[in-house]
Write a protein that binds this ligand. Structure first.
Ligand SMILES: Cc1cc2nc3c(=O)[nH]c(=O)nc-3n(C[C@H](O)[C@H](O)[C@H](O)COP(=O)(O)OP(=O)(O)OC[C@H]3O[C@@H](n4cnc5c(N)ncnc54)[C@H](O)[C@@H]3O)c2cc1C
Length: 440
């Protein structure tokens, strides 16, 4: 199924990414799974091949493309079996952190880090989750106390993707002030941060090549100029504003893996025989695969529609939440059904369906747990039915911005002009030329 947002240029990008992945990355994938981290040389090669920061403007060293370029690269890495490892690492560094820097960073901050990230010399992480605060981000305890021209960071984070490899970490910390208004994002440069310590590379049930870690901050002095955007108390809003894309991106990746699961299983059941005939000859196999294929096509149709809306500036955050929960739930159902059709071989790590199944599980938890997605969907619906319960003051609005969940109010529901993308979804040039106001 070809997505309506694909173009000839994007097809060529997909083909060259697939060739690069097969030649330069896939041969190392098993070793990376064993060592629980991707080699830094792979980041440098991917950077040289133009696969990093594809949706960041060329002025900051990026590829000058848009979210479609990034999506195509991610999809090809998933198809090569690298999605749960290097694909996730790139997604976090280039798909998330680079865009926080692009959108909120001062020009000095963008120039300091984005070009290095595009070359693969700088790997980035985003550290929000703490042992005591995941879904409920407002309750984070990490603090950043201003002391002259530095912030002094104290606290702990956990489950941080790229945690072992990160050269810069965007840390969500309390800088003072009540609730959501007290949170700021501070960019920690690992090499210059005395008192910063990485904990264990966590032992996960899937995504084995992706390093996921605890991080500790013990009186770490970070230059005040590393405060993202230069204004305290904006961290929560900054995090929330990127969420609609983060959720759609997660959904796009889930759909690619759903399609992969169906394809690899269809091939397997044609080869494998039982009771003297291919597994595909059993009606049960045909029906199960027919259901899986239908789910994959329905999911693809929905996320493609949202992608088109995103490119046109009309992405509805509630729809993005729907896409995130439904596609990740569907991926898990399909992966499980497909594993079943592989029999015992499906339970063996050397079979791609086993890795896909294990990697899929976390998609229902990260980028906002699916229960949180349901809460947001229900809330938008309740709000629509209770017009008298809309916010009345700015103070009320600030108090509402209370959780990764979007709290009681997800600021993305406010249609405010803050994103500058062209009709094709390209980020506006920093000079401001050709900018178009965009509503995410
Ligand atoms: C592999 C992996 C990579 C990750 N990468 C990162 C990263 O790079 N950076 C980062 O900051 N974090 C990262 N995380 C953390 C991730 O975002 C959190 O795990 C997630 O937000 C859930 O938080 P929690 O684990 O504290 O679960 P909790 O908040 O304790 O929630 C546990 C469960 O309770 C239920 N629940 C919670 N709240 C509600 C509610 N309001 N209503 C109904 N049910 C609810 C849900 O079922 C949820 O799954 C990663 C996690 C994993 C596993």
């Amino acid at each position: 199924m070809t997505s309506p947002w694909m173009t000839e240029e994007l097809t060529l990008l997909a083909e060259s990414t697939a060739r690069f992945a097969a030649r330069e990355l896939a041969p190392h994938a098993e070793r990376w799974r064993q060592q629980k981290i991707v080699d830094r040389s792979a980041w440098l090669k991917a950077g040289a091949a133009g696969l990093l920061c594809a949706s960041i403007p060329e002025a900051y060293g990026g590829g000058g493309g848009d979210r479609r370029h990034e999506t195509v690269i991610g999809a090809e890495l998933s198809k090569a079996g690298l999605g749960g490892g290097f694909g996730t690492g790139i997604g976090v560094s280039c798909g998330l952190v680079a865009h926080y820097l692009l959108r909120y960073g001062t020009d000095a901050q963008k120039l300091a880090w984005l070009p290095g990230m595009a070359r693969g010399e700088i790997v980035a992480a985003i550290a929000m989750t703490e042992p005591g605060a995941g879904s409920d981000l407002q309750n984070i305890r990490t603090t950043a106390r201003r002391d002259g021209d530095v912030y002094v960071l104290n606290g702990q984070k956990t489950f941080i993707s790229n945690g072992q490899s990160a050269d810069i970490v965007v840390v969500a910390a309390k800088t003072g002030g009540e609730g959501a208004k007290g949170v700021s994002l501070i960019v920690l440069e690992a090499a210059k941060a005395e008192g910063f310590r990485r904990g264990r590379n966590l032992d996960k049930i899937g995504m084995h090549a992706q390093d996921t870690s605890e991080l500790f901050f013990d009186d770490v002095r970070v230059p005040a100029e590393n405060l993202l955007g230069g204004e305290e108390g904006r961290g929560f809003v900054q995090l929330m504003q990127e969420l609609a894309w983060e959720r759609l991106s997660c959904a796009l990746s889930a759909v690619t893996n759903t399609e992969r699961a169906v394809e690899m299983t269809a091939a397997y059941v044609k080869e494998r025989t039982a009771f003297g005939k291919p597994l595909m000859a059993f009606q049960n196999t045909q029906f199960r695969l027919a259901e899986c294929k239908s789910k994959a096509v329905i999911a693809r149709t929905f996320v493609d529609d949202l992608m088109m809306k995103m490119l046109d500036g009309r992405l509805d955050p509630t729809a993005a939440a729907m896409a995130k929960w439904w596609t990740t739930q569907t991926l898990n159902e399909v992966a499980d059904e497909c594993l079943q059709l592989h029999g015992g071989y499906g339970y063996m790590n050397e079979y791609p369906i086993a890795q896909l199944w294990a990697d899929a599980r976390v998609t229902k938890i990260f980028a906002g747990a699916n229960e949180i997605m349901n809460m947001l969907i229900a809330r938008s619906w309740c709000r629509a039915g209770h017009p008298t319960k809309t916010r009345t003051s700015r103070k009320e609005a600030d108090n509402d911005e209370s959780a990764r969940s979007g709290g009681r109010h997800d600021p993305l529901h406010q249609a405010r002009p803050e994103r500058r993308l062209g009709r094709d979804g390209r980020e506006g040039h920093p000079s401001g030329a050709g900018r178009r106001r965009y509503f995410l």
